[in-house]
Write a protein that binds this ligand. Structure first.
Ligand code: HEC
Length: 129
């Protein structure tokens, strides 16, 4: 190796060593999820095809959920509003809303939603007073 080549080689080795010694990138913490925004998103994805949430909007295949928090709080089964909403989502045929046919609401949400997504969805529905 000529001296020039040797110098270039040494420079390259030093440059690579410097790269390796660079500090590892600081991990970015995951964004904290806003449960209400997440719940609204879940409704949009999974429920809005059948359930409107704007007061006065026409009912779709399922009843309009505007005011569902008030309905849930006054449920005749003695459940908390939250427990009633969970049951409506996970076991829609436990009780059928008057005026609607049973068996139309999908029975998939226990599998399709993670525990966090279900919590967020219920939190969102509880705001619909
Ligand atoms: C394919 C249409 C359909 C989809 C999708 C659907 N539902 Fe329903 N849902 C219905 C129907 C029909 C009823 C009324 C009959 C019954 O009680 O099963 C109902 C009833 C309900 C009720 C009771 C409302 C009341 O006034 O008594 C709640 C709460 C509810 N759904 C929440 C949800 C949520 C939350 C989702 C999304 C995770 C969802 N539904 C997805 C069709 C649907």
């Amino acid at each position: 190796m000529t001296p020039v080549r040797l110098l270039l080689w040494a420079a390259l080795v030093l440059a690579l060593a410097a790269c390796g010694a660079a500090a590892p990138p600081t991990p970015v913490p995951p964004p904290t999820l806003d449960p209400l925004a997440e719940g609204r998103r879940m409704h949009l994805i999974w429920c809005s095809g059948c359930h409107a949430v704007e007061a006065g909007a026409p009912a779709g295949l399922g009843p309009n959920l505007a005011g569902v928090a008030t309905l849930a709080a006054a449920n005749p089964d003695g459940l908390s509003a939250e427990a009633w909403l969970r049951r409506e989502i996970l076991d829609p045929n436990a009780v059928t809303t008057e005026g609607y046919p049973p068996g139309l609401m999908p029975l998939i949400y226990g599998q399709s939603l993670s525990a966090e997504q279900l919590d967020a969805l219920v939190a969102f529905l509880l705001t619909l007073e």
